[in-house]
Design a protein around this ligand. Structure first.
Ligand SMILES: Nc1ncnc2c1ncn2[C@@H]1O[C@H](COP(=O)(O)OP(=O)(O)OP(=O)(O)O)[C@@H](O)[C@H]1O
Ligand SMILES: [Mg+2]
Length: 249
C-alpha cells in the first residue's frame, strides 16, 4: 500500500508547525507506522534540533532530487525511535530542481512506496517549495494559534494549497489556553474554524513541556505525560482514521 503524504503549513511564522510535525510523526511511529519526516524549511531547518539529530550527517531532499544521494542514504533513522526517518531541507535556495512541482511530485511518488506516512514541515507562508509540497500531498494541515492574524494567514495559505491541488486541508489550533478563551481574550475553537474556513483536526494546549523538550533535544512523547502528548496522540489516531473525541483542555 502507498504511504500518505501530509504537509504541515501556516500563514504566519512561529505557530507550531515544527513542533506539530515532529510530535505527530513520533506518535504515528508509536502506533507502529514507518514515518519519513521531511524538513522543508530551506535555510532555517530545525527539525534535526527538535529531534536531537543535529550531529548526524544529513543529505537534504534536494540531494535526492538532484541525484547526489538515494532516499535510503539521505533519510536518517532516529537513534531511539527506529521507525522514524528524517530528511532535511537544502541549506540554500540555489537549486531550482528542489522546488519544482514536477520534481517534488516524482520524489514523493517514490517515497510513498517506502513509508506509510510522509510528514512535511514547511516554512511559514507561500515561499520555497511549500506550495509544491502541499499541492502534491494527500492532506495538508494548517497550524495556527487562536489569534485572528494567524487564523486569517492560515485561511490564505489554505486557499493557495487548494489551488495547487490538495483536496483535504484541516486545521490544528495550537497553544490553546482555556482561561484566555473563557475571558474572551482569544477566539474560541468554533470561531477559529470559521476564520480559517477549515474543519478541525485537533487542538493542542499551551504546554511548557514542548519548548522544554525541544531545547533539551528530547522527544516530548518520551519525556512528558502532559496534555500536549495526549493531544498529539489524538491527532495521530485521527490521521489513521480513528474517531477520537476532542481533548478537554
Ligand atoms: N503548544 C505549545 N505550547 C507551548 N509552546 C509551544 C507550543 N507549540 C509550540 N511552542 C513553542 O513555540 C515556538 C515556535 O514553535 P515551532 O518552532 O514549532 O513553530 P513553527 O511554526 O515551526 O515556526 P517557524 O514558522 O519559525 O518554522 C517554539 O519555541 C515551540 O517550542
Ligand atoms: Mg518551523
Amino acid at each position: 500500500m502507498l504511504g500518505q503524504v501530509i504537509t504541515i503549513a501556516s500563514g504566519k511564522g512561529g505557530t507550531g508547525k515544527t513542533s506539530t510535525a515532529a510530535n505527530i510523526a513520533v506518535a504515528l511511529c508509536a502506533y507502529g507506522e514507518k514515518v519519513l519526516l521531511i524538513d522543508a524549511d530551506i535555510g532555517l531547518r530545525c527539525l534535526d534540533i527538535v529531534l536531537g539529530m543535529s550531529s548526524y550527517v544529513l543529505f537534504s531532499y534536494g540531494d535526492v532530487i538532484c541525484g547526489r544521494a538515494t532516499l535510503k542514504q539521505a533519510a536518517v533513522t532516529h537513534p531511539i525511535v527506529k521507525n522514524l526517518y528524517l530528511l532535511t531541507a537544502p541549506a540554500s535556495f540555489d537549486e531550482k530542481e528542489a522546488f519544482s512541482q514536477k520534481n517534488i511530485n516524482a520524489f514523493l511518488r517514490y517515497a510513498r512506496r517506502h513509508f506509510s506516512y510522509i510528514i512535511i514541515d514547511c516554512a511559514a507562508g507561500l515561499g520555497g517549495a511549500n506550495v509544491a509540497f502541499g499541492g502534491s500531498s494527500d492532506k495538508c494541515i494548517i497550524v495556527s494559534t487562536p489569534d485572528e492574524t494567524a487564523l486569517r494567514g492560515g485561511q490564505i495559505m489554505a486557499d493557495k494549497l487548494f489551488e495547487a491541488g490538495c483536496e483535504e486541508i484541516k486545521l490544528v489550533v495550537n497553544r490553546v489556553k482555556k482561561g484566555t478563551i473563557e475571558k474572551g481574550h482569544s477566539p474560541d475553537i468554533d470561531k477559529a474554524m470559521d476564520t480559517a474556513g477549515l474543519g478541525l483536526l485537533g487542538i493542542v494546549p499551551e504546554d511548557k513541556d514542548i519548548p522544554r523538550c525541544a531545547n533539551a533535544q528530547k522527544i516530548l512523547l518520551l519525556y512528558s505525560d502532559g496534555k500536549a502528548v495526549k493531544a498529539y496522540n489524538n491527532i495521530a489516531k485521527r490521521l489513521m482514521g480513528e474517531k477520537v473525541r476532542l481533548l478537554h483542555i
